[in-house]
Design a protein around this ligand. Sequence first.
Ligand SMILES: C[S@@+](CC[C@H](N)C(=O)[O-])C[C@H]1O[C@@H](n2cnc3c(N)ncnc32)[C@H](O)[C@@H]1O
Length: 224
Amino acid sequence: MAQNSQVSNHYNSIAREYDLHDNTNQLVATDKFIYGFIQRHGCVPNIIDLGCGTGRSIDWLKLMPHEYYGIDISEGMLEQFKINHPGYRCEKKDIYQPDILSNRGEKTAISLYGSPCYTTLDKFIELTKQLWANFLHVYLLLYGVERNAETFEAQSEMGILKPLVCDSKTLYHLHKEIPTLKWKGIDQFKKKNLTLSVPRYYINIGIDSLTRQVERFAWVMLYK
Ligand SMILES: C[S@@+](CC[C@H](N)C(=O)[O-])C[C@H]1O[C@@H](n2cnc3c(N)ncnc32)[C@H](O)[C@@H]1O
């Protein structure tokens, strides 16, 4: 699929620099907020990490190797994952492939920092239904409206966002061609999802003065 190779090419190209971003005070503050939120609301091993990237969630959630399974579409990110977390399981897979949620005994599914957003609204809804049906806890962290608002444009009726350029020196400069779901799309999801008999909640982490202070991006957490 063209979009998949765009996404994996993009993340392959930034994989080595990806964790450098981790050291900024801004991201650490956002991480503390997000992982603190997840821990407070419930997060039971075993965990499947959809779009695991370099495996940053392992340290934040203090997971043992047998408690964790990560999948990602980018070989580059997975190489970095293996350097950072030898002994932890990860595989190259597309989270939007139908067989992805075969029962391995995971109780919690996480997909953080925009990992579930590189898709269409319908596929996202389908995945979400499956996650809601199969896992005790689910945390999806989605790109919000305000994320890099001044440099993003061209949203369509479907809530697809085409980032234009990004001012971060190391990250996202190749992001500009990849269609990405963001909050407007998720609002439509909310309407469509009224027909589903699953619990669902929304919190908006990003658009407040605290988060503006710690990070310029805004995020939306969809969680069960
Ligand atoms: C912004 S990074 C977030 C990585 C990690 N979750 C974190 O918190 O640092 C997005 C990740 O999602 C992965 N990704 C995007 N679409 C994917 C898909 N369809 N299947 C698997 N991984 C995907 C990318 O390769 C990338 O590693």
